[in-house]
Design a protein around this ligand. Sequence first.
Ligand code: GAR
Length: 204
Amino acid sequence: MIRKRAAVLISGRGSNMTALIEAASADNYPAAIALVVSNRPNAPGLERARDAGIPTAVVDHVRFGEDRAAFERALDAILRDHRIDIVCLAGFMRLLSPWFVTRWSGRMLNVHPALLPQFKGLHTHRRALAAGAKLHGATVHFVVPEMDAGPIVEQESIAVREGDTEATLAARVLEIEHRIYPRALQALAEGKIGAAAPTGKAES
Ligand code: GAR
């Protein structure tokens, strides 16, 4: 089996990255985690990736100042150097420009801690509680230029419980993320989704 070469982009802890690495360690998984890239040099996930024997790279956005195009060109160059087929954003906390997103169109996934299209953006658990949501969850979707708006690949929900806090909700949603992200990457790597998927209005 020829596996697709996936890169995981992180900014922090990297628990979704770890879930992807673990899934990809199975013999019959159709993708290999070939690279982990962080925009933060001290992201704890980098150490976890190295421990797992995965090549890592840092593209520190701070060093590029306001020049987002240069940051993204550097990121893109590293992905191409490593012959990456699929990009998985996993807690990667930088917005990507239409230029970058279009280059990876149909080949880039993101995990978001909410039931999209509800609660795009940050602080999703806090906002779900404040809104009195009965259901909450996580989504894996294709990345399109509009934030958190691409076609949904996987989604699972949980019931919000009486007494839930941001932290308890985050913990249960994270379990979902770790389950659905490997499934989504598998589907993309097997060609079951992707090529024919709509990739958003800014692509046309
Ligand atoms: C995850 O909950 C992920 O869904 C979220 O950041 C966390 C990263 O955790 N991403 C976003 O909020 C993106 N908008 P991890 O580093 O342990 O995977």
